[in-house]
Design a protein around this ligand. Structure first.
Ligand code: GLU
Length: 306
């Protein structure tokens, strides 16, 4: 599991942090490591640390999963400020943000299916593609035709391929193009980008720590923050933990969950130690407490940005 030291640019003065799992199954070791780093980032500056359950995608959520995730986080020694925030209980906030985007003329209805988008951009099957703009400038007649089908549209933003720059404490200067992304889905659910931005601002989160599979999501979120007049947090996208074959861990592989580790006779305390060792902050098998962990964590900050 050795990964080596993650070098972080200096922390902002305040860094109220959070870990925001989707309750779609048990957390795997990679998720637990990201949570541990998020906790270190917040607590090492004496700041608050929140847990937010991101359960808007109802079809992917599993009953009992949120409770299991909280108990696994506690088992590896993490604690957080109460109460735990649950996105499905906060939809009024997302509706307000959507109304603001609508009144600013930034939304349009989109009836395209995934298959149609893939086809229009001739991307290989399954590849993530930029939205080809099919529904962006529909005439009144075309709009009426589509509305008459009775199918619900998704709502997309007019991002006009904006270029957005942001700074990440691991990846440093970043820049990306913002696609016309979906903020409300065809099934009526608020989309991840919208909810995450609204919640981080509402919870006064000023540092977002998460896996670097979400680095590409950040330009869209920065763009939304700007449109909604919300402050931009600082970002820390941490490398994903890979298994011994270099493969990204998956919640579907039971052996890399805390339960699976217990069955392999690895205790939660040993898992914690292994995770800390994987960021280069303890020796294999060494057990360290919170204070020692935080003081070693501070040593991975670098003073100057190369
Ligand atoms: N809920 C997202 C996930 O579990 C994380 C979102 C975030 O940290 O911004 O992948």
């Amino acid at each position: 599991m050795a990964e080596g030291l993650i070098q972080l640019a200096p922390a902002p003065a305040r860094s109220s942090g959070r870990f925001a799992p989707s309750p779609t199954g048990p957390l795997h070791l990679g998720n637990l490591r990201t949570a541990l780093i998020a906790w270190c980032c917040a607590r090492s500056t004496g700041s608050s640390f929140a847990i937010r359950i991101e359960d808007l995608d109802r079809a992917r959520c599993r009953a009992g999963s949120a409770q299991q995730q909280l108990s696994d986080l506690a088992a590896i020694g993490l604690e957080w400020d109460q109460p735990v925030v649950v996105q499905s209980e906060r939809t009024a906030l997302y509706a307000d943000a959507l109304a603001q985007l609508r009144s600013d003329g930034l939304l349009y209805e989109c009836w395209c299916t995934r298959a149609e988008i893939r086809e229009a951009s001739s991307a290989p099957h399954g590849a993530a593609t930029a939205y080809p703009g099919t529904c962006r400038e529909l005439s009144a007649e075309q709009l009426a035709e589509r509305r008459a089908t009775g199918r619900n549209p998704a709502l997309r933003v007019r991002a006009e391929e904006a270029r957005v720059k942001f700074f990440d404490r691991v990846h440093r200067e970043q820049e990306g193009t913002v696609d016309d992304f979906v903020v409300a889905r065809q099934d009526g659910a608020f989309a991840y980008h919208l909810a995450v931005v609204v919640d981080d601002a509402d919870q006064s989160i000023d540092e977002v720590v998460r896996g670097d599979d979400l680095l590409d999501s950040t330009p869209a979120q920065c763009w939304l923050q700007e449109r909604l007049g919300l402050a931009r947090p600082s970002y820390v996208h941490v490398p994903l933990l890979r298994d011994e074959n270099g493969i990204r861990m998956s919640k579907r592989d039971a052996s890399v969950t805390l339960d699976g580790q217990r069955q392999l006779s690895v205790s939660a305390e040993e898992v914690r130690s292994n995770l800390i060792a994987s960021i280069g902050l303890c020796e294999e098998g060494e057990l360290i407490g919170d204070q020692e962990l935080l003081s070693r964590f501070n040593s991975i900050l670098v003073e100057s940005i190369p």
